[in-house]
Structures are given as C-alpha cells and as structure tokens.
Design a protein around this ligand. Structure first.
Ligand code: ASP
Length: 440
C-alpha cells in the first residue's frame, strides 16, 4: 500500500474543533499514515500564534529568570483545546513538565519547539496514533544544516511497521545534542523530510487555502488558481514571497520525485495545487504560472571602468559582504557595473556605512550609489523560456502602467524575470503584469 505523509499547518491546529476536521481527513484515507503538525496558529486575525507566545516566554526567562507570566497564556490555549476536544488527557502534567524543562534549559529553540511538541501529543491521542518525537529522528550537522542521511535512516527505522504516527514539525536535534529548530514555518520542511524518508507517494501539505494563486489576492481580486507547477517554479515563487509553503520544503522530496499537494483543511474536496517534477508537468496553457514579490530592498550600485578586466573584483566586493555576514538576494551586473540587492533590514545605518567604506577601500570604485525602498517582482513560468517575446510583453505592460524599472534580472534558468521598482509602484506593477498575462 502506498503511504501519504500529511503535514497540518498552524491554522489546522488552531482549536479543538479544527483538530476534529483533521481527524476526519485522516480517518477518510487509510494511506494517510504519518502526520506532521505545526503549533496551534491564529484562530482569528488578532489572535497570537503559540510559537510567538513561546518566543515571548524565552524573552521573559532571559530578562527575569523565570517565564511563568508568559507561559500562562500557552497553558490556557492548550487547556481550551483539550476542553473543545472533550478527551480524557492529562495535559496539566505535561505542561508543568514542559515549563520546568524550559526554565532549566534556557534554550530559545527548545522553548519555541514546545508548541509543536504539545500539539503532536494531543493529535496522537485524538487519532489513536503513536507519538514519535522529532528530537529522536531529525538531526542537524555541525554547521546547523539538516543531516539528511542520518535523519532519513532514523525516521524509516522509527516508523517501520508503525501503522499511524504523529510527529511534531519545526525541530530536531542539533549537533550539540540540544533541540534545534528550522527557520520559521519550518514544519513544512519537517513534513518533506518524513515524506522522503518513508518514500511517500505524495506529501500532502494541509493549510487554510486551496493552493497557490497566480498572485497575491490582496493586490488582484480573485486571481487565477494554479492547478499544477514544478518544484523549480515553487522555489522561485515561495522564495519571492508567495508564502503558502516554506521555500526549503522542496529539497528533500525533489530528489525522490515525490509530488507535493497543497490542500485546504477547511475545504478538503478542493483539488489544491500539485507540485511536481518538470518531467511530470502538465502545461496549463498559460505562459506565466505566477507573480510574486517583496518590498523593502536596498540596491548598492557600483561602477568602475574596466571592471570586467579586473581579476577578482566581484570576489573582493562579495568578501566585504561576507565579513559583515550579510546575505545577498541578487547581483545583476554589466561590463563596468554591478549591483548588490540586499534586504534593507540587513543594512541598518552603521552596517551600511561599514559596507560602503569596505567596498571603497577594497576595489576603489569610480562610483557607489545606494537606492533604497526598492521592491522586487518575479514573473515565473515554465513556458517563458521557450516563448519569443515574453520579456517584450512584460516590459511593455510595465511601461504602459507608467512605471520606471530600476533593475532587471533574468535567472539563467529563464524560468523567471525579476524587475526592481520603487516600493510605491509595487502593487501597480503586479496588477499590470497580471492583466497582461492572465486577463482573457
Ligand atoms: N510554529 C512554527 C512557526 O510558527 C513553525 C511552523 O508553523 O511551521 O514558525
């Protein structure tokens, strides 16, 4: 029998009633054997996620030596979930034990991971499934990167012959033996790791939306639903801000050609979005698959005559950024120019000044200019590379909307074209691109 791995996000865990929907989904398909869960998310827009509450606990613990005050709302949240589920489960002693360990360990990752831990305990009880702690099966190496082979081996051993198991997402064990988390939203990555380890037929990622839309519905009303896309398109779109799925989730499943299906817990009959290898991609007939973007970037523009002939120029510039521990989004370049596109939050004033003086010292440029408040917009589509005139249509649409393009970058995969515009033109630019490629 083939096996499906299901990951349920925070909104699918938000309260006891929703956890009962999850039970119905799992009970409805015997192949849904392994379930990875996030911590309870928001029940309504002003609500707080349990993970955010736990980060507050750590803050209080460091500032005051204990975190009883901040832990109280976490307890209240789990107590109400148990009440809504109406199950016989002694959550109080698990919560007491958890608080004790949080105060002993004083480890931010450990504290943050407890939302998933507690939630998985509850869901395992509800489903009558085995609880398997992520701490015992997901491992990081000495560089803080997932130790894939060790984790896959441990997961398949732990799940061998287990009919149904619930595993907390978001964390594993670090090289130092302590709990370590992925970046925020990392339960998606945990689900992908489990799917890979058990060679699942599909990795179902259950959220509160029926899959990906061609662009942000807050910018364009009712954008087109994306039925299917490739791993590469997903990576581009999610990295550029389409936040349905963590952008790292594709790596474990991609190498084993396991498709990801985005599903909606609140509307389980909807088909969702399939994410598949390029070889299994069924073209939608549309040139562009989706449009995504992000605001608040800074561009450092560097000009120097004969830059092309100066061996090691780019290497030296990047060395300055590496020394300041700053990651770079894009590096569009010309013969005598190069630009560094960096998230503005990485460059507070003193850091920016240090970077600029470092660049001036290292490569003696003719000119260095800083452009702030830049937004990047990626137009992504598998079919774009093989079609003549795609960029002409894209730039034509942006020009017709009277928007000045500050920067252009086309990845060598030709899967996407990225333009940089002023923050204030971001929404208008997305609307212009959308209507060019999607309106009948
Ligand atoms: N609970 C974690 C977060 O809020 C991880 C996750 O939900 O995937 O980021």
């Amino acid at each position: 029998m083939s096996v499906k791995v299901c990951k349920f996000g925070g909104t699918s865990m938000a309260d006891g009633n929703v956890i009962n929907y999850v039970k119905r989904i799992i009970d409805g398909d015997a192949e849904r054997k392994y379930i990875v869960v996030s911590a309870p998310g928001k029940r309504y827009s002003a609500d707080e996620k349990v993970t955010d509450m736990l980060y507050n606990c750590h803050k209080e613990l460091i500032e005051r030596g204990d975190c009883k005050k901040s832990f109280a709302p976490v307890c209240a949240r789990f107590n109400s979930i148990i009440k809504e589920l109406n199950i016989d489960f002694d959550i109080s002693s698990i919560l007491d034990e958890t608080l004790k360990r949080i105060e002993e360990e004083k480890n931010e990752d450990f504290t943050a991971s407890r939302g998933e831990y507690l939630c998985a305990k509850i869901v395992a009880k509800v489903l009558g499934a085995r609880f398997v702690d992520a701490e015992d099966i997901v491992f990081f190496d000495g560089n803080g990167i997932l130790d894939e082979e060790k984790s896959y081996r441990a997961i398949s051993t732990a799940l061998h012959g287990v009919d149904r198991a619930v595993i907390p997402g978001f964390y594993g064990k670090g090289f130092d033996g302590k709990v370590k988390t992925f970046s925020r939203g990392g339960s998606d990555v945990s689900g992908a790791i489990v799917a890979r380890a058990v060679s699942a037929s599909v990795y179902e990622n259950w959220t509160d939306v029926s899959g990906f839309l061609a662009c942000d519905p807050r910018i364009v009303a009712s954008p087109r639903h994306i039925k299917s896309m490739t791993y590469k398109e997903l990576r581009e779109l999610s990295y550029m801000g389409a936040n349905v799925l963590h952008s790292e989730s594709i790596f474990p499943v991609r190498r084993a050609n396991i498709p990801i299906q985005i599903k909606n817990t609140f509307s389980p009959e909807d088909e969702g979005t399939y994410i598949v290898p390029s070889s299994r991609y069924i073209p939608s007939g549309n040139l562009v698959t989706g449009i995504a973007g992000k605001k608040n970037l800074t561009v450092i523009f560097i000009e120097k005559s004969h830059m092309n002939a100066e061996i090691g120029f780019i290497y030296k510039v990047l060395g300055v950024l590496a020394r300041e521990n700053i990651s770079i989004e894009h590096i569009p370049s010309g013969i005598d120019t190069m630009s560094l596109v960096i998230e503005s939050s990485f460059l507070p004033k003193e850091k920016l000044d240090k970077v600029l003086s470092g660049i001036k010292e290292e490569v003696k440029p003719d000119l260095v200019r800083v452009l702030e408040n830049i937004a990047l917009i990626a137009t992504v589509g598998h079919g774009m590379s093989s079609s003549v005139g795609t960029s002409a249509r894209l730039f034509g649409a942006i020009a017709s909307a009277d928007i000045n393009i500050k920067m252009i970058d086309q990845g060598s995969s030709e899967l996407n074209i990225i333009v940089g515009v002023k923050n204030e033109d971001y929404e208008k630019c997305i609307r212009a691109i959308y209507s060019e490629f999607f309106k009948p």
